[in-house]
Design a protein around this ligand. Structure first.
Ligand SMILES: [Zn+2]
Length: 406
């Protein structure tokens, strides 16, 4: 079955099937008065002018069309919310004070342990559908609110159910997200490496393994141990690093051959060089910086250093309960000094590359899955400029409309 998308005012897409590095990241292919031909869920051709014949057609109303967005860093499966911490934050209380008052990540751990798998699934499914309605057609989801084998597996089973229901979902084991209350740190690292990772691998529950390498969390040495253990069991390494302070996370990511290193708001020249030499994708999380009122990190310097940049929401109940990737794109443009073209590449092709999906997703090129968004915007600049409301008019996966305003 062939379907033709006609009357595309502006078709904007990154090109290629691997992460784009250097200045070339800004090179975007833009067509005007364009069409896109889809056959059996795959993009067959794109062009300008008179469209070819097909069995069905979709009129895009002269609007902007891009590839479906790829959110390559989220914590979508969790129990409870933490809105009560807002008042404490506004009173200027520190994260440690909030933690001492029973809040913070360990309160999400308590809620996630308590929740049934079905309840977690229903909640995550609702959030997933909201993300889809905002233009996100592929997503990575981390565990990390169990900090014990049973709950981490429960979270990852929820991710598997989302993967089976929707496709385009990557699962990441983040047992090294925090230390369980009252447990010796080295003993937990030992448990992660020798019990939890093997058990999770046995059930095939995770594609990636991640750790939070930062001041007050996992040391560089502990993170490297966890990622190497994950690798031995077939999980591709990813890493949270340099959010609070540089403690060697970028060097760990490079040494273990991580596919991505994420946060990086404090990364300096040496860290950027390590990422470039290691072929690691930098995943920037500007919505988190916005909500925490923290530095955004130097996106421009990453690109200048030859590091491919992706952008993601980091959606989670504590540091950024936002699931709109377009919001993160606008924040990344303004505070990361990227052009709209670069931020679109970061939110599509490079996001897909950061979760191993660039062969099938992230661009509007022949052979890729026909995941695309018709935006209520005349062009890419307008999409970035009109932030704060959902501009995704219609979202398509494999050529089929899955959500959108009527
Ligand atoms: Zn995160």
């Amino acid at each position: 079955m062939k379907r033709i998308f006609t009357n595309i005012g502006e078709l904007a897409t990154a090109t290629g099937s691997v992460a784009v590095a250097g200045r070339a990241q800004g090179t975007l292919r833009t067509l005007h008065g364009a069409w896109l031909l889809e056959e059996d869920g795959v993009i067959a051709a794109t062009g300008e002018g008179t469209p070819p014949e097909a069995d069905a057609s979709v009129d895009c109303g002269g609007k902007l069309v891009t590839a479906g967005l790829v959110d390559c860093h989220t914590h979508l499966v969790f129990g409870g919310w933490r809105e009560h911490e807002l008042a404490m934050k506004l009173q200027g209380r520190s994260y440690l004070e909030i933690l001492a008052a029973g809040g913070g990540i360990l309160s999400t751990v308590r809620e996630t342990r308590k929740a049934s798998e079905d309840a977690l699934f229903e909640k995550a499914r609702g959030l997933y559908l909201e993300m889809l309605a905002h233009g996100t057609t592929a997503v990575e989801i981390k565990s990390g609110y169990g900090l014990d084998l049973e709950t981490e597996k429960k979270q990852l089973r929820v991710v598997r159910r989302l993967k089976e229901a929707f496709g385009g979902v990557a699962a990441t084991f983040l047992g090294a997200h925090a230390f369980p209350e009252g447990m010796d740190h080295d003993a937990y690292v030992e448990q992660l490496c020798t019990e939890m990772i093997p058990a999770i691998a046995e059930e095939g529950l995770a594609d990636f393994c991640d750790a939070f390498c930062d001041e007050g969390v996992f040391t560089a040495e502990q993170s490297e141990r966890v990622l190497n253990a994950g690798k031995r069991f077939g999980m591709i390494p990813k890493l949270h690093a340099d959010e609070i302070r540089e403690i060697g996370g970028t060097q760990v990511a490079a040494r273990v051959g991580a596919i991505s290193c994420d946060h990086l708001s404090e990364t300096g020249a040496e860290g950027r060089k390590a990422l470039r030499d290691g072929g690691v994708i930098a995943v920037m999380l500007p919505a988190t910086s916005f909500y925490l009122k923290k530095p955004y990190g130097d996106f421009r310097a990453m690109i200048d250093a030859g590091v491919p940049v992706a952008v993601a929401t980091d959606m989670n109940p504590g540091s950024t309960p936002n699931l709109s990737l377009p919001f993160a794109m606008t924040a990344g443009c303004l505070y990361g000094q990227l052009t709209p073209e670069e931020i679109l590449t970061a939110a599509t092709l490079n996001g897909a590359a950061a979760i191993g999906m660039a062969d099938t997703r992230g661009t509007l090129e022949p052979g890729k899955q026909a995941d695309l968004v018709v935006w209520d915007a005349d062009n890419l600049d307008q999409l970035i400029y009109r932030y704060g409301t959902n501009r995704a008019a219609a979202v398509f996966k494999k050529g089929v409309r899955v959500t959108g305003k009527e």
